[in-house]
Ligand binder design. Structure first.
Ligand code: B12
Ligand code: SF4
Length: 526
């Protein structure tokens, strides 16, 4: 994930080419590809037969595209690298640095074999990042017949049939969320053994594209079928893909269905050949509502790929990881853009929910990977300071914290707003950014050799490049990453990380659910 954010022109020098290396089957088809593409494959195979559909990587494209090809469908996960994290990190190396994601997509879409057979084939691009191509006005340049936005279950087969018949296709299709029955069983394995367990999320955050998808849980038998097929094809790790783990078979108003979740974990773990179970996303509030959830889902830790963290109390030193969106410490911004995230707690309780949730997770050896969004519309210095306060209160947490910059994703409520720009970050925003990475390095990269490289690299980067690109605002925050002494930094920065400063927020003993939101079936206070 993070490697996709590196600037393409330096990626090889950094020795990260392995991240784009892929495995193929003896016939040249891909061994694994993203799950969304597997869904499309299943629909097309059902319509046209397996002998007429091939899923491959760019390097093998010329083995499958020829005089008889009528349609090429491309999955665009992040084709121009303009999502929350990607261009921020590539941008640190200069404005003309294209992230690996974007460079790889360009290589694919400009593949000579597509040009060669252009006269008799239609080019259809879909996937979560298809919007980026329209956003940058590249559809015509890249001769894409149709851009498909959203979940394509109910349109894909017909669209490809029209393409095969050589009909004129619509330039852009906006899809509606499909009925649960329209989601086909997978035929082939997806990357990282991704198997969907839910789709959509009703918490309604205004910056989020998942909020547009209607919520559903995939039936257990469907999930297990996909798990079995992945294992038969060589996967030993299954990644349970969801916007929020705790939405699986949820009750009313986001009530976590723990028995269903336990059944899910146990059933997946029982499939012969499954060695590891990994998670994608989850939210914090359910953990605070029912603190025993994470302990009861101990298989997430016992079967995690992540091993060997000295801070883990698990006998194998394992820990579970899951993306949790914390997004801001500013109650004002939280209320404005994401108030459903804390339900059943009030937006004002967000810092307490975060701190309590982290304590509960860490106790059960869940070390979440948390995201924050810098530069939400209208963010003021005061908002950034509140995010810094929350960050500082989490200084001893066992976690990884990923600062991202706000991107107005197409079709979300904030689509028309301006995105945050790395070149315009304030000193406080830079402080937030680099304090996050300092925490990560100190928690996950404790080896002296790594820390020395960072300490040395920071001033070299600043004086050779950073200063020119981003000016003085970046200087002191960046030096925190390089472990410059806090007695020097505190004169210039908001936080004093030497340990002398008292955190504004403290982990509460309990977080009460407001009376009006309390449901009889939940414990009164947690
Ligand atoms: C799993 C996942 C991954 C896996 C992918 C492996 C895998 N096996 O799938 C990994 C961990 C590698 C990954 C990495 C990244 N991911 Co990702 N990922 C997801 C996640 C959690 C689930 C994807 C999924 O399976 N969804 C369910 C399927 C059914 O939906 P879908 O993929 O959108 O597919 C549907 C449609 O898009 C469409 N469709 C898909 N392909 C095609 C192709 C054609 C031809 C057509 C017509 C239609 C079509 O139909 C499908 C069925 O409805 C989503 C969030 C989410 N919940 O969707 C983020 C998400 C897709 N990822 C995202 C990002 C940004 C990244 C990264 C760039 C991370 C980063 N560095 O910032 C990297 C880059 C990856 C790369 N190599 O390019 C963003 C994309 C944002 C955007 N809309 O532009 C998302 C939405 C998360 C987010 N909210 O930020 N990711
Ligand atoms: S809780 Fe997460 S997935 Fe749900 S709408 Fe908010 S950001 Fe999106």
């Amino acid at each position: 994930m993070l490697l996709a954010t590196l600037p393409d022109k330096y990626a090889r020098v950094m020795g990260t080419d392995w991240s784009t290396a892929v495995e193929t089957n003896p016939d040249g088809t891909a061994k694994y590809v993203p799950n969304g593409l597997r869904v499309i494959e299943a629909l097309l195979v059902r319509k046209f037969g397996a002998e007429n559909v091939a899923v491959c990587y760019p390097d093998q494209l010329d083995r499958f595209v020829g005089p008889e090809t009528r349609a090429v469908g491309i999955h665009a996960h992040n084709p121009l690298g303009i999502t929350f994290a990607t261009d921020v990190y590539a941008g640190l190396y200069g404005r003309d640095c294209e992230p690996v994601n974007a460079a790889e997509f360009r290589r694919l879409i400009e593949h000579p074999v597509l040009d060669e057979h252009r006269a008799h084939l239609k080019l259809i691009v879909g996937g979560p990042g298809a919007w980026q191509i329209a956003h940058k006005g590249l559809q015509a340049d890249w001769k894409i017949d149709t851009l498909v936005d959203g979940e394509a279950e109910e349109i894909a087969a017909d669209l490809f049939e029209r393409a095969v018949r050589g009909e004129e296709l619509p330039r852009r299709i906006e899809c509606k969320s499909p009925k649960l029955e329209s989601i086909p069983a997978g035929i082939n394995r997806s990357t990282l053994g991704v198997v969907e367990i839910t789709r959509g999320c009703g918490r309604g955050c205004q910056f989020c594209s998942a909020a547009l998808r209607s919520g559903k849980s995939i039936p257990l038998e469907h999930i297990l079928g996909n798990v079995r097929r992945a294992v038969e094809q060589g996967a030993d790790t299954i990644t349970l893909c969801t916007e929020d783990l705790f939405l699986y078979e949820q009750g009313k108003r986001f009530e976590t269905n723990l028995p269903a979740l336990k059944r899910l974990f146990e059933s997946v773990a029982a499939v012969p050949g499954v060695k590891h179970i990994m998670l994608t996303h989850g939210s914090m509030a359910p953990v605070v509502v029912q603190p025993h959830i994470v302990e009861e889902l101990h298989l997430a830790v016992d079967m995690s790929v992540n091993q060997q963290h000295p801070e883990s109390t698990h006998p194998d030193k394992r820990y579970a990881m899951m993306f949790v969106g914390l997004e801001t410490g500013s109650v004002r911004l939280f209320k404005q853009f994401m108030k459903g995230k804390s339900y059943p707690f009030r937006p004002e309780q967000w810092p307490d929910v975060v701190l309590k949730g982290m304590e509960i997770m860490n106790r059960a050896n869940w070390f979440p990977m948390c995201t924050f969004i810098i530069g939400l519309p209208g963010e003021t210095d005061d908002d950034t300071r509140q995010s810094l306060d929350l960050l500082y209160a989490l200084k001893d947490a066992k976690w990884c914290v990923i600062p991202t910059l706000f991107v107005p994703l197409d079709e979300t409520k904030l689509a028309a707003k301006d995105g945050a720009r790395i070149a315009r970050l304030t000193e406080l925003q830079w402080e937030f950014f680099f304090t996050c990475w300092r925490y990560n390095i100190d928690f996950f990269r404790r080896q002296r050799s790594v820390q020395w490289k960072v300490n040395l690299g920071v001033p070299i980067y600043y004086y050779l490049l950073g200063r020119k690109l981003f000016g003085q605002a970046m200087k002191w925050p960046l030096f925190r990453l390089g472990h410059f002494p806090e007695w020097l930094l505190r004169r210039h920065l908001y936080l004093d990380c030497s340990g002398r400063m008292e955190p504004v927020y403290k982990t509460p003993a309990e977080v009460p659910i407001p009376e009006e939101r309390r449901r009889p079936e939940l414990p009164a206070l947690v």
